[in-house]
Write a protein that binds this ligand. Sequence first.
Ligand code: DGY
Length: 432
Amino acid sequence: MASTTEDFADSGRHAEAEAILRGNDMGGYSVPSEGLYPFQWNWDSAFAALGYRVLDEDRAWAELETLLGAQWEDGMVPHVVFHKEDPRYFPGPDRWGVDRCPRTTGISQPPVLATAMRRLLELSSDRDKAALRVRAMLPKVATWHGWFLDARVDPETGCVAVIHPWEAGRDNSPEWDGPLSRIDTAGVEPYERRDLEHVDAAMRPKAADYDRYMALVQFGRDRGWDDRQLAAEAPFRVGDVGMTAILLRANRDLVALAEQLGLTDLASRAAGWIPTLERGMAALWNDRIGAYTALDLRSGERGGGVTSVSFLGFYAGVATGEQGRKLIDHLERFADRCRYLIPSYDPDHPAFDPRRYWCGPAWIVINRLVALGLAETGHDGWSDRIHSDSRALIENNGFYEYFDPVDGAGCGGPKFTWTAAMWLDWAAMAGK
Ligand code: DGY
């Protein structure tokens, strides 16, 4: 296998990654994958920007500005922005019933944005020019983070509660199986999935999952996506490790950016949210398993398995001492069971399914965040291992949405924007 940046650039993957980003560029925003996901997705865009930076810095910032252009008045930045009609995807804007321009969904997604902005600014070729853009965006990003604190953080525990698995971005993680099993699907309006026209059904969520996803969309739509009502009544309200860790880290990055730009009020507002989220991560620690796992806020039950986002404890700056050691033990066990890190679900758990979306496959974007956190906390060996596995997965298989962690096979959508972006930003690099 090639081992230097130059070798990888020679491999042809560089040119392919660039072509994917250009092909998925709709002008100011990108789609994750042609056909399968033909609109702008929230956290996809944050990762995409890091790839566009390598081609064109202006284009990278535009990706984030377009996303923030769809922000709601209350600060929420939606999970999907439907810039144009496209019948190839379900559920489209009518099902969500959000009467806005541009049309959007009614939920959010993990806020990787501030963290991506910090990296873009650090790497910018013209810092003053980039700082102007950051200055214009930061108040909007802070309003979004504030919205999470008001609308999604559970006051008792401090963790971020998602009201739909799509909000977590990890649609069919087995963590949701317990909470989803209580969702009544009797009133689900007839619908036809479109995803199975693009991807093998064995790699996608099951029919029963989709019925529940649609029941939850209808529940929110029928209440006008009123956050107060949803917090009180949503049948699905689960403390999510991924969301809590990513928001905590994003707040740390928001504080750093605001301080760099002399925005002291904004910096102290964002700093004030950090202790709550640290408390939230502590509340998600599952002593029985020795890892951060989901917490069903309706039933009080904890998730039954370690996930790849459990390892985001390092990235969030909270996995220290004994907790950090236990997480590393799990990582070691995962590495014994799977050739390629990081399986999205515990390979020793009966629900592990190496090709089914978030039930087992490795995702390069999660690898990127986990590896960053490990490198920052002195676990360089593990960070390097995740880096080289990610590089090999792409080099050997192409730019798939996700990968089988056992044999490396590419799964889900091909020519995937965030995988190509992570190649350009990180995986192809010899260093990090
Ligand atoms: C889908 O449609 O599969 C998406 O993950 C929803 O965000």
